[in-house]
Design a protein around this ligand. Structure first.
Ligand code: GTP
Ligand code: MG
Length: 344
């Protein structure tokens, strides 16, 4: 059993959906390890040719061309991106999506949390400022966990409890994968600047605005009051396409549309039969290896010294071997095994 499979045991214990169990089982059976080994083998073959070309550079034969090194590197890159895409699905099944519900008081944020989770976990009243603290619920969409946070409505206040609640809301917005900005569609002013106003974009840096808009979906709530049917469309704002979903949290209409939208935002493809559980650590190592292999290809096309190409390939292989634990540091092992809960 390698490190990947050992991690899969912990993921199996933590799995909270049928799909998560199945994907942990696939990793435990060695499906992910096999793909990583295959990539390592491909790299080893390439490295043998490159090292031979360095050692026998005086000979009259072109070892690099004979071994089709460039083509093999390109093929390895293709395979890494395929493995990455599969691993990403597995990581989504394990870690899911962090979603924050925000907006002005009384827009229907807590009602939306209740509609999505199917339970009355948040207090709903017609008094603006009902929710003061962050309230977390977890739901599952086709096996992908969605961690939803309901927040205190965004407004200026001199109440110390509410000020702290609003501060926490802004903190949750910073870290969420998706921001659902809820707006009462019966409000007199409907333009997008008005809808986005609670996010205080004017006070933020360009990077921060870009990051928020990329993650933001506008929820036009309370369509039942206008007798409208649920719908989805987009608007262009500061060169960003923002999704708009019109729904009724109270009646539950349009909630299915929102669930599908969250699935799309996460890039989750639940029909992926081959998904195996994966962690952020694995994705990061695959990306590092991919970057180094791309650099090696660039060095090769520039006609750089083969020693540089060889070094990039060697480092890339180390990153891949870190995934399976064949190349690792004690620190990493300590970190991984600290998450095992013995006796669970
Ligand atoms: N008609 C209608 N009323 C809704 C809808 N969603 C929420 N409401 C009502 O709007 C009021 C406020 O709802 P909440 O869910 O508490 O709103 P909130 O955004 O969480 O409010 P705060 O916690 O105070 O910021 C309540 O009276 C809800 O019943 C909806 O889709 N349709
Ligand atoms: Mg609330």
């Amino acid at each position: 059993m390698d490190l990947l499979q050992a991690e899969a045991i912990a993921d199996l214990i933590d799995a909270n959906s049928k799909q998560a169990v199945q994907s942990a089982m696939r990793t435990l059976r060695g499906q992910f390890s096999e793909l990583v080994h295959h990539l390592v083998t491909m790299l080893t073959t390439i490295r043998v040719s490159v090292e031979a070309a360095i050692d026998f550079s005086d000979e009259d034969i072109d070892l690099m061309a004979d071994a089709k090194v460039e083509e093999s590197i390109e093929e390895t890159l293709n395979q890494i991106s395929e493995v990455y895409a599969q691993a990403q699905q597995g990581a989504l099944l394990k870690d899911g999506l962090q979603v924050v519900i925000t907006g002005i008081p009384n827009a229907g944020k807590s009602s939306l949390l209740n509609a999505l989770s199917g339970i009355d976990s948040a207090i709903v009243t017609d008094i603006p400022g009902t929710t003061r603290d962050l309230l977390k619920e977890e739901i599952s969409i086709d096996g992908m966990p969605i961690h939803i946070i309901d927040t205190a409505g965004l407004r200026t206040s001199d109440n110390i409890v509410e000020i702290e609640g609003v501060k926490r809301t802004h903190g949750a917005i910073e870290t969420a994968d998706q921001i659902l900005l809820v707006f009462d569609c019966t409000a007199p002013e409907q333009d997008v600047d008005k809808v986005l106003q609670p996010l205080n974009l004017a006070e933020k840096s360009a990077d921060s605005i870009e990051s928020i808009l990329t993650r933001c979906t506008l929820i036009y709530n309370k369509i039942d009051l206008l007798d409208n049917a649920p719908s989805k469309d987009t608007i262009l704002y500061k060169n960003k396409e923002l999704s708009k979903i019109h729904l009724s949290a109270k009646q539950g209409t349009g909630i299915g549309m929102l669930r599908d939208h969250l699935k799309t935002c996460a890039g989750f493809r639940p029909t992926e039969e081959t998904a195996f559980v994966a962690r952020e650590r694995h994705l990061a190592e695959l990306k590092k290896a991919e970057k180094l292999i791309k650099t090696s290809l660039l060095q090769l096309s520039k006609g750089s010294h083969l020693e540089l190409v060889a070094e990039d390939l060697r480092l890339a292989q180390n990153h891949l071997s870190t995934i399976t634990g064949e190349f690792t540091s004690d620190d990493l092992l300590g970190e991984i095994f600290s998450s095992f809960c013995i006796g669970k």
